[in-house]
Design a protein around this ligand. Structure first.
Ligand SMILES: *Cc1c(COP(=O)(O)O)cnc(C)c1O
Length: 337
């Protein structure tokens, strides 16, 4: 048995999810006629108290559409230097929006309101105009760290004062919400747009959703079209999303508990001096004396997969297809490393 902890995207649909997909009513979503896509969009917008939602093939697309919505040529996005939108979306801020980016530093991938305030460009011909701020929750490269509402409300205030749009890359947002117990619609009220991945911890095969106002989502639909993201009988995929929202949210806590245990197991190894605080389903181990490549090779020989996440970092992500038996098996397999 391979223990695959490279990402929470490796999960395969459960029997229940497959049945929901198979029996979904469908139609042509580019004509706005897929009842299951419409139902998913309405359901998830409702959870966050947003007016509208748009189902897309990937979280990269939902983030990049949001950036297109909130920038123009020669404007600038503020985000943490570890942000997925900057590091892992193929240079899309530039390629899709011809916009610049200001990268901030901050503990565990998080930024503060005062940093944002100090990073807004002056009204000056030399500087790109700052038009948006993007936050990531949970923060992947920060070890799955969580922003709380307390931290976000002051950032929203700064955005309002300077008329900046605020976007949330919430690829793993439900992982944060099950930990904090915070109210999704209070979060919805802070952001102009929110991107949520269904294909990560929620266990769907494909799909992400962008939430926002009716006006923004109407424009987003057109941007999705030019990106080639208009799908036809997409209800088969949206049905998985509806199923996941009904059945796979609470269980994310189990992934978090297993990630914490896994982090403790790793920390017992002489070559692991540090594991970033495990807040959700991600455990990032810092290595000392061995390279990530060497560690990954040894793990691979034992049937364990993880990914390099920096010059001395390896990332493990727990998910729906990783259960307590596999956790115990993980402990056994790394015992003689
Ligand atoms: C996975 C992820 C995305 C989107 O990824 P896709 O693979 O394009 O769906 C966006 N942001 C973060 C933080 C992610 O982890």
């Amino acid at each position: 048995m391979i223990i695959d902890l490279r990402s929470d995207t490796v999960t395969k649909p459960t029997q229940g999810m497959r049945e929901a997909m198979f029996s979904a009513p469908i139609g042509d979503d580019v004509f706005g006629e897929d009842p299951t896509v419409l139902a998913l969009e309405e359901k998830i917008a409702g959870i966050f108290g947003k007016e509208a939602a748009l189902f897309c093939p990937s979280g990269t697309m939902t983030n990049q559409i949001a950036i297109r919505l909130h920038t123009r040529i020669q404007t600038e996005v503020i985000c943490h230097k570890y942000s997925h939108i900057y590091l892992y979306e193929g240079g899309g801020i530039m390629a899709n929006s011809l916009a610049s980016v200001k990268l901030l530093e901050g503990d565990l991938g998080k930024i503060t309101a005062s940093q944002v305030g100090a990073s807004i460009n002056p009204d000056d011909i030399h500087a790109p105009e700052t038009t948006m701020v993007s936050l990531e929750n949970t923060m992947n490269k920060g070890g799955g760290s969580i922003y709380t509402l307390d931290e976000v409300i002051p950032i929203k205030k700064v955005c309002e004062e300077y008329r900046l749009k605020l976007h949330l890359d919430g690829a793993r947002f439900f992982n944060a919400l099950v930990e904090t117990g915070e109210n999704p619609s209070e979060w919805g009220a802070q952001f102009d747009t929110i991107s949520i991945c269904l294909s990560k911890g929620l266990g769907c095969p494909v799909g992400s959703v962008l939430l926002g106002s009716k006006v923004d989502i109407k424009r987003a639909r057109k941007i999705r079209k030019v990106m080639g993201g208009g799908m036809r009988q997409a209800g088969f995929l949206a049905a998985a999303g509806i199923y996941a929202l009904d059945h796979h949210i609470d269980r994310l806590k189990e992934d978090h508990a297993r990630a914490r245990t896994l982090g403790e197991m790793l920390l017992k190894k002489s070559f692991v001096p540090e594991v970033l605080p495990v807040a959700t389903n991600i455990a990032i181990a810092r290595l000392d004396g061995i390279t990530p490549e060497f560690f990954l090779k040894k793990l691979n020989e034992k049937g364990i997969k993880a990914v390099k996440f920096g010059p001395d970092l390896v990332r493990f992500v727990t998910h729906h297809d990783f259960d307590d038996d596999q956790l115990e098996e993980f402990r056994k397999r790394i015992s003689d490393l």
